[in-house]
Design a protein around this ligand. Structure first.
Ligand SMILES: Cc1cc2nc3c(=O)[nH]c(=O)nc-3n(C[C@H](O)[C@H](O)[C@H](O)COP(=O)(O)OP(=O)(O)OC[C@H]3O[C@@H](n4cnc5c(N)ncnc54)[C@H](O)[C@@H]3O)c2cc1C
Length: 387
C-alpha cells in the first residue's frame, strides 16, 4: 500500500493498542486515521502475550477498564466477525504471606464494590480447582471466576479489519524516524518512505515507546522488561480447563493452552538498550524448579519450547495515557506492562472519546503522563503483576 501524504491522525504502532485506537476513532467518525507499523500488524509484543484477562486490579480506573474490556471480549465475534477464543477460565492467586493476603483483601473490597466476582478460598478449595497443586504452605487463594483468556492475534486482527472497513489506513513495513514539530506543535512525521503531514500523532509503540517519544523531544518512562513463557508437550495428566494460576511467593504462573501447559517463571529483566528479547534457555531450569515446587506433577511433563517478549512497564505499573507534556498534538497510549492486551478495548474507546469529544468521560488521571515529574511510583498495596 502506498503511503498517504497526510492524515487527520497518525498512530505509530500497529499492535493491539494501535489497532484498537484506529477502530474506535473510526467508529466515532474520525476515519482519516493512518497506522504506521514498521513490521507487520500484531508482530510486536502483542504476539508474545499470554492472552490473560482479569478484573483483579488495584485501582478503580483499571477495574473499570477491565469490566468494559471483558464485555467487549464477550461480544467480540458479533462486533468484529473474528472468534478470539475467549474463555472464562478464571485467575487463581496462591497466597502464602499474611501481608500479601491483607493486600488482596483490601483490593477485593474495592473489586466487589465495582461488581467483580472475586472470592477468598481455602488452600483445599484451591486444590479443588487445580487438583495437582501443592497447598500445604498456603494460607489462602484468591479466585476470580469471571477472569479468562483470549487470543491476542485474533483480537488485533479483529480491530484492524473493522478499522480498515471504516476507512482507516494501515501501512506495514514503514518506520517513523522523526517528528516534524513547528512552533511547539506536531506538523507531521518523517518515515522510511517519506513525510506524512498531520496535526495529531499517537504514540502506540509498545516497548519502543520511550524511543519514539524521544523523537519528539519527550521523555516517557516506559521500561521494557523481558518475560519468558515455556510450553510443554501435550500433558493430559493435568486435564483442563485450568485457571491462570499464579504462585505469589515465586511469581511463577501457569495455565493450559489446548493440550499443553504454559509455564512462566514470572521474570522481570532489563535487556538493555537494543531491546532484543531472545529466549534465554537457562531460564527453563528456574521455571521447572518453581513449577515442581507448586505443581509436582510437572515432573512427568517435557518442555517442548518457549518464547520471550518485552513487557512495557512503567515505574508505578500503570499505563501512560494522555497528551504529552511540551509538544502540542502528541498523544501517548503506552506503558501497558503485562495488561495491554486485555485493556486494549477500553483504551481504544476512551482515547477516541478524548480525541473526538475533547475529554474522556472517565477520570483517567491515574494514567496522567505528567505524574512521574511529580514523583509517582509503585504503591505498597499495588496489585499482582500477574501476566
Ligand atoms: C511474555 C508476555 C506475556 C504477556 N501476557 C499478557 C497477558 O496475559 N495479558 C495482557 O493483557 N497482556 C500481556 N502481555 C502484555 C502485552 O503483550 C502488551 O501490554 C501489549 O501487547 C502492548 O501492545 P502494544 O500495541 O502497545 O505494543 P506492540 O504490540 O509492541 O505494538 C507496538 C508496535 O509499534 C511498532 N513500532 C515501534 N516503533 C515504531 C516506529 N518507530 N515506527 C513504526 N512502528 C513502530 C512495533 O513494530 C509494534 O508492532 C504480555 C507480554 C509479554 C511479553
Amino acid at each position: 500500500m502506498t503511503l498517504p501524504r497526510s492524515a487527520d491522525v497518525v498512530v505509530v504502532g500497529g499492535g493491539v493498542v494501535g489497532c484498537s485506537l484506529a477502530y474506535h476513532l473510526a467508529l466515532r467518525g474520525l476515519r482519516d486515521v493512518l497506522i504506521l507499523e514498521r513490521e507487520a500488524v500484531g508482530s510486536g509484543t502483542t504476539s508474545k502475550a499470554a492472552g490473560g484477562i482479569r478484573a483483579q486490579f488495584s485501582t478503580e480506573t483499571e477495574i473499570r477498564f477491565s469490566l468494559e474490556s471483558i464485555a467487549v471480549f464477550e461480544r467480540f465475534v458479533e462486533e468484529f466477525g473474528v472468534d478470539p477464543g475467549y474463555r472464562k477460565i478464571g485467575y487463581l492467586f496462591l497466597v502464602s504471606d499474611p501481608v500479601d493476603l491483607t493486600g488482596f483483601q483490601e483490593r477485593m473490597a474495592l473489586q466487589r464494590r465495582l461488581g467483580v466476582d472475586v472470592r477468598l478460598l481455602s488452600p483445599d478449595d484451591a486444590r479443588g480447582l487445580v487438583p495437582a497443586l501443592r497447598v500445604d504452605d498456603l494460607i489462602g487463594a484468591v479466585w476470580g471466576p469471571e477472569d479468562g483468556m483470549a487470543g491476542p492475534a485474533e483480537v488485533t486482527a479483529g480491530f484492524a479489519r473493522r478499522a480498515r472497513e471504516m476507512g482507516a489506513c494501515i501501512v506495514e513495513g514503514v518506520e517513523v524516524s522523526a517528528f516534524i514539530v513547528e512552533h511547539g506543535r506536531v506538523a507531521g512525521v518523517r518515515t522510511s518512505q517519506g513525510d506524512v503531514g498531520t496535526r495529531v500523532v499517537i504514540n502506540a509503540a509498545g516497548p519502543t515507546a520511550a524511543r519514539v517519544a524521544r523523537l519528539a523531544g519527550v521523555s516517557v518512562p516506559v521500561l521494557p522488561r523481558r518475560r519468558h513463557i515455556f510450553f510443554t508437550e501435550p500433558f493430559p495428566e493435568l486435564p483442563g480447563p485450568v485457571p491462570l494460576t499464579t504462585d505469589r511467593a515465586s511469581g511463577f504462573y501457569f495455565r493450559k493452552e489446548m493440550e499443553q501447559l504454559l509455564l512462566s517463571p514470572g521474570d522481570v529483566e532489563d535487556v538493555g538498550a537494543d531491546l532484543a528479547a531472545p529466549v534465554d534457555w537457562s531460564r527453563v531450569e528456574e521455571t521447572v524448579e518453581k513449577a515442581l515446587y507448586r505443581l509436582p506433577i510437572v515432573e512427568k511433563a517435557r518442555v517442548a519450547g518457549g518464547w520471550a517478549g518485552l513487557r512495557p512497564l512503567t515505574p508505578d505499573d500503570h499505563a501512560i495515557i494522555g497528551w504529552a507534556p511540551g509538544v502540542e498534538g502528541f498523544f501517548l497510549a503506552v506503558g501497558f506492562g503485562g495488561h495491554g492486551f486485555q485493556h486494549s478495548p477500553a483504551t481504544g474507546r476512551h482515547v477516541a472519546e478524548w480525541l473526538v469529544e475533547g475529554k474522556p468521560s472517565l477520570d483517567l488521571s491515574l494514567f496522567d503522563p505528567a505524574r512521574f515529574a511529580r514523583g509517582a511510583r509503585r504503591a505498597a498495596s499495588h496489585g499482582p503483576d500477574a501476566e
